[in-house]
Design a protein around this ligand. Structure first.
Ligand code: AOF
Ligand code: ZN
Length: 367
């Protein structure tokens, strides 16, 4: 049997559902599973699951537990190949077999060397019909952080920028200048919630005194790790960032972790990430590798202009989220490192925008 339009609709729903725990699953990807059966009256979803917060249980046992006996003879839709290894939980492929699942429709193959095709083999060996690579590209939209960390041993980077109508991101020495409004604010807090870590430069931290927490109603417990690029450990102990260290973890990437100031910050609960230095700045590629080794899959870069420019110039940005507003900043504006017109990239022969290899951007127009 091949896949049907219904398979694709159910997989699309499953992929959307799997977004729910982005940023919450620790070092594990956020995976979705639907268990669907048709007893003649049309398809019914009898079980659903998303990788639990913290990363375990995996999605499959949660969906199977909900389905109970109704899993027997049913089809399971999974956004990632079911695991084949005895980790902290038994293999999900085995759980699907034991539950009597008849057919598995899977999107992306798991690059984890303990799985990588073995999950499918276990299912097929037990007589389960397996359809793989179904909407794999769409599933990668949710799994891309995990896949980047697996393939390149670095975290995936989203650069977020709000640009005024005259191409500015703020005004010199004016602190936070409102460029976008409530809709964009909500959207960017949601963006924070879906990332494992957020990063800004010390310049932004000093100029704006931001908190960088996720303050959406109901989602405030989802504040990711806040990282400040702070080569010489200048972050003030009295900043909002340090004051809110009880609400969300805070780290500085510094080349001087043994300095008195860095030690004082550590005493206040700030994590120190020892960084290499490159031309008077924190070396970014090494930092991204280091963060990936610590389990960070998705990093959101929120500013300022110099930091965003560095990530782009070094080819370290995977995705750009650009908020475009109608506000005019006018005199003393700080020019955006890029605008829609100047985003580096190229149109391919098919007319598709390519931002480096396999990279993408999103434009959000917002007041
Ligand atoms: C699945 N379903 O929902 C997820 C999977 O440390 P462990 O034992 O939890 O294993 C982590 C690995 O499990 C991770 O690297 C990835 O290969 C897989 N994640 N697999 O079957 C899931 N989240
Ligand atoms: Zn599993």
């Amino acid at each position: 049997m091949t896949t049907t339009a219904l398979d694709r609709r159910l997989m699309a729903a499953n992929i959307r559902m799997s977004r729910r725990h982005l940023g919450l699953t620790g070092t594990n990807p956020s995976v979705g599973t639907l268990v669907v059966r048709d007893d003649g009256d049309g398809p019914v979803i009898v079980g659903s699951g998303v990788t639990a917060t913290g990363g375990r249980p995996h999605a499959e046992p949660l969906a199977l537990a909900e389905a109970g006996d109704r899993a027997r003879g049913a089809t399971a839709y999974v956004t990632l190949e079911p695991c084949a290894h005895h980790g902290r939980t038994p293999p999900c492929a085995e759980a699907l077999v034991n539950a009597g699942i008849a057919r598995v429709v899977a999107a992306a193959t798991d690059p984890d060397s303990r799985v990588s095709g073995r999950g499918y083999e276990m299912l097929r060996a037990a007589g389960i019909e397996v359809e793989q690579d179904v909407m794999a590209e769409e599933a990668k939209g949710v799994l891309s952080g995990y896949l980047t960390r697996s393939a390149e041993k670095r975290c995936e980077v989203t650069v977020k920028l709000a640009v005024s109508a005259d191409g500015m991101i703020g005004r010199d020495a004016a602190g936070q200048v409102p460029i976008t409004g409530d809709a964009a604010r909500a959207q960017s807090h949601l963006l924070r919630a879906e990332h494992d870590a957020i990063l800004v430069g010390i310049g932004t931290a000093l100029a704006d005194n931001p908190e960088l927490t996720c303050r959406l109603p109901g989602l405030s417990a989802r504040s990711p790790l806040r990282i400040i690029l702070d080569r010489t450990a200048r972050l003030p102990l009295g900043s909002r960032l340090v004051h809110s260290v009880g609400d969300a973890p805070l780290a500085i990437g510094t080349a001087h972790p043994a300095s008195e100031r860095a030690q004082a910050l550590e005493g206040a609960g700030v994590r120190l990430i020892a960084c290499e230095e490159h031309e008077g700045r924190v070396a970014l590629p090494e930092l991204l590798d280091d963060l990936a080794a610590q389990g960070v899959m998705r990093l959101l870069v929120e500013g300022g202009a110099k930091v965003a420019r560095s990530f782009l110039a070094e080819g370290l940005a995977d995705r750009i989220v650009l908020f475009e507003s109608d506000v005019v900043v006018g005199a003393n504006g700080i020019a955006a490192p890029f605008t829609r017109a100047t985003i580096p990239g190229e149109y391919t022969a098919s007319g598709e925008w390519r931002f480096g290899a396999d990279r993408c951007h999103e434009f959000l127009r917002s007041k």
